[in-house]
Design a protein around this ligand. Structure first.
Ligand code: SAH
Length: 256
């Protein structure tokens, strides 16, 4: 509360001894201040920023899957970025997270989620848990998520946050996602958020018949986002847009 409004309130209170009407005025004034303070509280502000992100960055660019739009209106993206850059969480860009990794731009998360075209109850494998944001969006869409992260600190941190936020349908594994998660295959959808130079064969194998895989493929910094569908055991490829993801690496840090 600013000092001028404090002075004003104390003036109103002093004068309020003069009569009942002043008391009512003082109460009304306090009520207005309380409503203003509530509207400016960080929680409310982030909610508003999230709604703006959905309409300005997603709807306007052709994202029309209501499950995706609803999920991204709900998931608190600001909790998935380092606290020092929380205020930037809803801007139209990728952001750095720990260990030199990045959380994707909201539009890319939305586009990949929409391309997967999964429905509640489907099983999805994600390679590259990172902050856990993409996994949370899929979980919010009603999907059962299996996500693999190669940097153990990142994976454990994401697992903890997802647990705290109540996303019970996400399972996190620390390991090399190139190999997929054969014990839980097959998957209705596979979403890869780090880029190999070739499509990993184990992932093709673990895709269910009729399933869809969304994957950036190419050399560092220049990749195409591919949509793969499995039809009668064969993989059909479709190019979508050019993207830039961190590389998919093995346990030694070598790019696949
Ligand atoms: N989906 C994430 C963003 C991922 S950034 C989010 O929503 O925040 C890409 C992630 O892929 C990084 O965390 C990186 O460590 C991870 N990664 C790279 N190679 C990998 C591999 N072989 N297996 C699993 N994760 C890998």
């Amino acid at each position: 509360m600013s000092s001028s409004s404090t002075v004003f309130i104390s003036l109103v209170f002093k004068e309020s001894t003069l009569g009942h009407l002043d008391n009512i005025l003082a109460m009304a004034f306090l009520a207005i201040l309380a409503v203003q303070a509530l509207a400016q509280s960080p929680g409310k502000d982030f909610e508003k920023q999230r709604r703006q992100m959905v309409s300005a960055q997603l709807r306007s660019r052709g994202i029309d899957d209501t499950r995706v739009l609803n999920a991204m209106t709900k998931v608190p993206r600001h909790l998935f970025v380092p606290s020092s850059i929380r205020d930037l969480a809803y801007q139209d860009s990728a952001l750095p997270i720990d260990h030199n990794q990045t959380i994707s731009q909201p539009y890319i998360v939305a586009l990949m989620s929409q391309l997967l075209s999964v429905k509640p109850g489907d099983k999805v494998l994600e390679i590259g848990t990172g902050s856990g944001y993409q996994a949370a969006v899929l979980a919010e869409m009603g999907v059962e998520v299996f996500t693999i992260e190669i940097v153990s600190e990142l994976g454990l941190q994401a697992e903890k946050l997802l647990g705290e936020l109540g996303y019970k349908s996400v399972r996190v594994k620390i390991g090399d996602g190139y190999l997929g998660w054969p014990e839980n295959a097959s998957f209705d959808g596979i979403i890869v958020t780090c880029a190999p130079t070739e499509i990993p064969e184990p992932l093709e194998k673990q895709l269910a018949e009729g399933g869809r895989m969304v994957i950036p493929v190419g050399e560092s910094g220049f990749q195409e986002l591919l949509l793969l569908t499995k039809q009668e055991g064969r993989i059909i490829r479709q190019k979508t847009i050019d993207v830039r993801f961190v590389p998919m690496v093995d346990e030694k840090g070598e790019t696949y």
